[in-house]
Ligand binder design. Structure first.
Ligand SMILES: Cc1ncc(COP(=O)(O)O)c(C=O)c1O
Length: 458
């Protein structure tokens, strides 16, 4: 079939391609086919422009059409596009590992590269298991994680995820995945208030590990800020307490920074934003800003040393993927990360994020934004019917989804869920584009509210 760069697709064309988390019959009614992008703007095949309020999907941190990255990739294309992974590595992978290691906190300076976020989280959990096996704790295999969290679509990553909607169709998973309640302060699962609660949601993990038997628990995996749970942002002491508990029980602390990494929360990694160094950091999405698929894990000397035994011991991490460390992806990631560093985009993310928060606070008069969460350019707003009681909109209204769809009608791309909405534009977004984004969002809110209460006809 010859490519068609116009809107001449028929509904039935979409029965032979499945998109992510998408009902294809519904998509076919209003297909969106992107043709090009520049900066914070997409253009579809009909010539309509969309403001990218979500960096694609928390990916395009440096914006679209960045010529430095494109040039680096072009140069790499002429040089080397694939090396034999069982026999060799390549120059770009080595440079990338060195650069990433110089940016991670603490001694997380050993890197393994992959093609995306799920590969990174799977690998982190496998790394934890094998680490314990060869350091005298072969019984440690369980993984503790948060309800509401998301670590990817593959079976292990999904088992550790706590997103009911995405999981149940694929159950049962392997054993040993334990979930605890997330730090949702606005709706505390224990009915407490911060700081009087003394961060029970973190402290309780100690009890959970004891009840599971510490000699069976290998790792705690957590997103520093959970997207799928609703941009859940832990209170200050949360990670410090978790760090202490993990140390006490020899449980590895894994930060899933697939969304939060590479400047999004105001520092290069959210570990730095929260001032806690985990044992492993998982990366993906913003690592190459979507110019090529890439992911990775960075881990501590303690873990790396357990795999760097004497030659005769033949200790190796028994894990790999064909496209891990692909030279083209590494060239893209290198140019991308240098761009983030040199333009000080993490600082810009912190400053711009504060402007979005302020604009959301100014919508107070609408009386439906109950909570504003997030850090840097990862900002979420939770909708409520009643600010005082925090009562949510009736489920059947799917209020947040209606707002998100209204925004899409107005050519603004956001992350939406029945009860909340999230903003995560490219870190390069300028003030005038923030103005457009927030105006379109306000109009979308007003439109949705008006559709709930249509004016009566006299
Ligand atoms: C926090 C987090 N971890 C892991 C993943 C999985 O990454 P990927 O879709 O690249 O496999 C995602 C994807 O959305 C994510 O948000």
């Amino acid at each position: 079939m010859a490519p068609r760069y116009d809107n001449s697709y028929k509904e039935t064309d979409f029965e032979r391609i499945f998109l992510d988390f998408m009902q294809m019959k519904e998509f076919a009614k209003h297909p969106l086919i992107m043709k090009s992008a520049k900066g914070v703007w997409y253009e579809d095949v009909n010539g309509e422009r969309y403001l990218d309020g979500l960096s694609g999907i928390f990916v395009v941190n440096v914006g679209h059409g960045n010529s430095r990255i494109i040039d680096a990739m072009q140069t790499q294309l002429h040089e080397l596009t694939f090396n034999p992974p069982l026999h060799s590595t390549n120059l770009r992978a080595l440079e990338l590992a060195e650069l990433v290691a110089s940016l991670t906190p603490g001694d997380l300076r050993t890197i393994k590269l992959f093609s995306g976020g799920s590969e990174a989280t799977e690998a982190a959990m496998k790394l934890a298991r094998q680490y314990h096996k060869q350091t005298g704790n072969p019984g440690k295999y369980k993984v503790v994680s948060l309800y509401g969290g998301y670590h990817g679509s593959t079976m292990g990553a999904l088992a550790a995820s706590g997103t009911t909607r995405r999981k149940t169709a694929f159950e049962p998973f392997g054993t040993g995945y334990i979930h605890v309640f997330p730090p949702t302060c606005y709706r505390c699962p224990y009915g407490l208030d911060y700081p009087d609660c003394d961060v029970l949601c973190a402290r309780i993990v100690d009890d959970v590990i004891k009840r599971e038997d510490p000699s069976t628990v290998s790792a705690f995996i957590v997103e520093p800020i959970s997207n799928t749970a609703g941009i859940v942002t832990p209170p200050e002491r949360y990670f410090k307490i978790l760090r202490e508990i993990c140390d006490k029980h020899n449980v590895l602390l894994i930060f899933d920074e697939v969304i939060t990494g590479f400047g999004r929360t105001g520092k290069m990694f959210a570990a730095q934003t929260f001032g806690t160094t985990p044992d492993i950091i998982c990366m993906g999405k913003g690592m190459a800003s979507g110019y090529a698929p890439i992911g990775g894990v960075a881990f501590s000397d303690r873990i790396a040393d357990a795999f760097l035994g004497k030659e005769e011991e033949q200790v190796q991490f028994n894990h790999g993927h064909t496209f891990g460390g692909n030279p083209l992806s590494c060239a893209a990631a290198l140019a991308n990360i240098k761009e983030i560093e040199e333009r000080d985009l993490p600082r810009k993310a912190a400053e711009t994020g504060a402007k979005i928060v302020k604009r959301l606070q100014e919508l107070d008069h609408l009386g439906i934004i109950g909570d504003i969460r997030g850090k840097g350019l990862l900002v979420g707003a939770e909708f409520v019917r009643d600010l005082k009681t925090k009562q949510q909109f009736e489920e059947r209204l799917r209020f947040g989804i209606q707002v998100g769809k209204a925004a899409l009608e107005k050519k603004l791309l956001l992350r939406y869920d029945p009860n909340w909405i999230a903003f995560a534009p490219p870190l390069i977004i300028e003030d005038k584009e923030i103005d457009i984004m927030m105006k379109l969002f306000e109009e979308s809110l007003e439109h949705t509210l008006a559709s709930l209460n249509p004016p009566s006809i006299e």
